[in-house]
Design a protein around this ligand. Structure first.
Ligand code: NAP
Length: 303
């Protein structure tokens, strides 16, 4: 079978750190174009925007969108209208409506959630199936200056602030729990000079069980991306964004093939099967928290 001719749109941190190596290592794809206002990729055609790529007539089968979430649905709609398959970085958009409005027709629309491909997530889901959960806690604490230097879009309207990494925790949670989760309460700390939260505290309900979640973007020192779940039959800890799994304090052996290689294998499989995969459960929790949360204004933030 011929490799899928792919254009990468938005050449920023995640495109360089993860997408380019994963695409290069996957025989199912061949990178034919980069679409970026600023960056150029050696050895492939360059276009400043999707309109330029469309006008060029270059044969393309699929696009992978690595731009910030604001406006991503417009690019996705343009690509689908061109007859291209579309892979969306997380979060798939700013609102549910804008993503639900995308019409893939007979093309593939794939809303990727990279943290769901972390090595501990699938085994955690298997271990939890059939067990009774009594409590759960999410602790997602990282230093925005270290991981997102200068990314003003994150704290702008639609950037989701601390939920940009925090939605990864919610993508794992909604993957490993056997039933839906709801937002009960939310507190959001928004810097006086920004539009999106720099910290947030959620109470979520999983049936009668309360789940607490703390998201902190100003955390220096030991970085933490942990989910801890107590059941009547033992204790599960997913740490380091799902890369590590411990059951009753014992580290579990895991097979780690990498998150982004798994995403591209999934994208290729969806294209081959003529299917789409657009689970919006994590985005629904974030939009609910942002809409209903009590906002506290905190000190201005500058990078
Ligand atoms: P980034 O470094 O800021 O890169 C985003 C790129 O999108 C920019 O380099 C820019 O490329 C393009 N772009 C188009 N319109 C833009 C605008 N209005 N403002 C800023 N950039 C714009 O961001 P990133 O960290 O790669 O994140 C991109 C997406 O990947 C986000 O949805 C994020 O949640 C997700 N993600 C990030 C990480 C991470 O660790 N950073 C991990 C997983 C997922 P050009 O200038 O070349 O056009």
């Amino acid at each position: 079978m011929q490799p899928i001719r792919l254009a990468l749109v938005g050449i920023g941190k995640i495109a360089r750190d993860q997408h380019l190596p994963a695409i290069a290592a996957d025989a199912g794809f061949t990178l034919v174009a980069g679409v970026s206002r600023n960056a150029r990729l050696e050895g492939v055609a360059h276009f400043a925007d999707l309109a330029g790529l469309l006008a060029s007539g270059l044969p393309v089968d699929a696009v992978s969108l690595c731009t910030p979430p604001q406006g991503r649905h417009l690019v996705a709609a343009q690509a689908l209208a061109a007859g291209w398959h579309v892979m969306l970085e997380k979060p798939p958009g700013v609102t549910l409506a804008e993503v639900q409005g995308l019409q893939p027709g007979n093309r593939t629309l794939y809303a990727s959630w990279h943290s769901r491909a972390a090595a501990g997530v699938a085994p955690a889901r298997v271990w939890l199936a059939g067990r009774r959960i009594v409590s759960a806690r999410i602790m997602w604490r990282e230093d925005i200056r270290r991981w997102h230097p200068g990314q003003d879009w994150i704290l702008a309207s639609g950037g989701m602030g601390v939920f940009d990494p925090g939605i990864n925790a919610l993508s794992i949670l909604t993957e490993i729990l056997p039933a839906p989760v709801e937002v009960v309460a939310a507190r959001l700390a928004v810097p006086a000079n920004r539009a999106s939260p720099i910290a947030a505290w959620l109470t979520l309900a999983f049936g009668a069980v309360d789940i607490t979640a703390e998201f902190d973007f100003l955390h220096t020192g030991q970085q933490q991306w942990d989910i801890v779940i107590e059941t009547t039959d033992g204790h599960l800890a997913l740490r380091n964004g799902g890369a590590e799994l411990a059951i009753n304090g014992i580290a579990q052996p895991l097979v780690d093939g990498g998150e982004y290689p798994a995403l591209y294998r999934r994208f290729a499989a969806l294209i081959a099967a003529g299917q789409s995969d657009c689970d919006l459960a994590p985005l629904a929790l974030v939009t609910e928290a942002l809409a209903r949360g009590e906002t506290i204004t905190v000190s201005p933030f500058d990078f």
